[in-house]
Design a protein around this ligand. Structure first.
Ligand code: SAH
Ligand code: SF4
Ligand code: F3S
Length: 439
């Protein structure tokens, strides 16, 4: 039987789809890239905002029409929204055969062979599963994600993740190192270590900086990234490891969520704006040129114009390299769901746009400072826009378009590139002659 997997949501969900593919492959199922070629369609879903769930339900309606031509088609909804909405999905979209939560993917082979195995245990959290014994099926790029932990214990008051993904648990250092060594042997040059809060990683013997150091010692691994960092757990020990090890990227994604102390408290983020500011300033003073990116929510319950201005002020002060801004979306079951969603939608949007336009001007200013500089770029391949161009990334994570395509340069090389232009999103450069790093 052939399975098609559609994925919504964050990088963790994308990694989980690779775990699902691994489980299916191990059990004799095949994978397909086309829905009309599939005997099984699995939709891996996200619950973080209402919009994510709505999009997924729309897709399911379209997909269930395929059953008219192929009545034997099996449709399964998996992931965060499968766990949260469970029977509601089955009721709303009758074409769906089963729902399965993020901790239950090992049930898939049995379920796909005999749909009558489906019961309520398929959509409960199990708090223990780490999938350490599964080999994910990847798409052979130069860069891959590796989950180092699952779940979250933070219970930020707006967030559904702890409810759908259960308690935090860390994989063993040994299983992570083994997985990454295999990736490197297959030609992978960059890994991103994934977790909802990587700074609280602990496998009983090693903490996150220990793990990072071990990973950075793997021969042939050119770059290591990690996400996401919670400000309350980011240690000096971590900054020291980033500073010391050249292949650990100088980039921290450090969601601030708001610049108002009152709102941060209501969000249960466990730090003040002042603590966040001094943390970023410390990182910048310890690691020259470190890039800091962030997430912000606009229109959280009770957010006044003054609170919004505090967020704008914090952005002006810290000058993030980039930020992802979201409109607050009430999630049933979370603490904030009981607070009145009192910021009108148009105000949420206006604040979001104000933040985006401020960020855009800051990003442009930061990027333009790189014009004339020579930077190391990890080549990802030929640019999608033109065969005459290549694309790659700086250590900081910024995208670079290289205005030439040198046949001697291949995906996975790190070369020196001279930046000659930049906007808020992209840098443009040319290969800097003979000074290439590893060609
Ligand atoms: N563990 C990560 C990722 C959480 S989800 C972290 O702590 O950063 C990614 C982002 O979605 C969050 O940082 C937050 O900005 C946003 N988000 C989460 N719940 C939300 C909600 N109910 N409404 C709007 N944005 C939300
Ligand atoms: Fe959600 Fe907070 Fe956990 Fe991130 S740290 S997943 S925002 S509860
Ligand atoms: Fe990720 Fe969405 Fe789940 S952000 S953890 S897929 S709720």
């Amino acid at each position: 039987m052939k399975a098609f997997i559609k994925t919504y949501g964050c990088q963790m969900n994308k990694y989980d789809s690779e775990i699902i593919a691994g489980i299916l492959k191990e059990n004799g199922f095949k994978l397909t890239e086309k829905t009309n070629d599939a005997d099984i369609i699995l939709v891996n879903t996200c619950s973080v905002r209402e919009h994510a769930e709505k999009r997924m339900l729309g897709y399911l309606t379209v997909i269930s029409n395929l059953k008219k031509e192929n009545p034997d088609l099996i449709i399964g909804v998996v992931g965060c929204a499968a766990l949260r909405l469970n029977k509601k999905i089955l009721k709303k979209i009758p074409g769906v055969n089963f729902v399965l939560g993020p901790d239950k993917y090992k049930l898939l082979p049995g379920l796909l062979t005999d749909l009558s195995c489906f019961d309520e245990t398929c959509y409960t959290v199990n708090n223990k599963e780490k999938y350490e014994d599964i080999i994910p099926v990847r798409n052979n790029g130069i860069s891959e994600w590796v989950a180092i932990m699952r779940g979250c214990n933070n219970f930020c008051s707006y967030c559904v993740v702890p409810y759908v993904r259960g308690r935090e648990r860390s994989r063993s250092v040994k299983s992570i190192i083994t997985e990454i060594k295999e990736l490197v042997a297959q030609g992978i040059k960059e890994v991103t270590l994934l977790g909802q809060n990587v700074n609280s990683y602990n496998d009983g013997s090693f903490d996150f900086p220990d793990l990072l150091r071990r990973v950075s010692e793997i021969d042939g691994l050119k770059r290591i990234r990690f996400a996401t960092s919670h400000p309350k757990d980011l240690s000096t020990k971590l900054l020291e490891v980033i500073k010391e090890r050249k292949n650990i990227c100088n980039h921290i994604h450090l969601p601030v969520q708001s610049g108002s102390g009152k709102i941060l408290k209501k969000m249960n983020r466990k730090y003040t704006p002042e603590e966040y500011i001094s943390l970023v300033e410390k990182a910048k003073s310890m690691i020259e040129g470190i890039s800091i990116t962030t997430d912000i929510i606009t229109g959280f319950p009770g957010e006044t114009e003054e609170d919004h201005q505090a967020t704008m002020e914090l952005i002006r002060k810290l000058e993030f390299d980039s930020s992802f801004v979201f409109r607050y979306s009430p999630r049933e079951g979370t603490k904030a769901f009981h607070y009145k969603d009192d910021v009108p939608e148009n105000v949420k949007i206006r604040r979001l746009e104000e933040i985006n336009s401020l960020q855009q001007s800051i990003s442009e200013k930061i990027n333009k400072k790189l014009i004339g500089k020579t930077c190391e770029v990890l080549i990802e391949g030929t640019s999608r826009r033109s065969k005459k161009e290549m694309k790659g990334k700086l250590d900081s994570g910024k995208g670079v378009v290289i205005k030439e395509n040198d046949k001697k340069v291949k995906a996975g090389d790190i070369i020196k590139v001279r930046i000659f232009d930049a906007n808020s999103k992209t840098l443009f450069g040319k290969i800097n002659g003979r000074k290439n790093v590893d060609i």
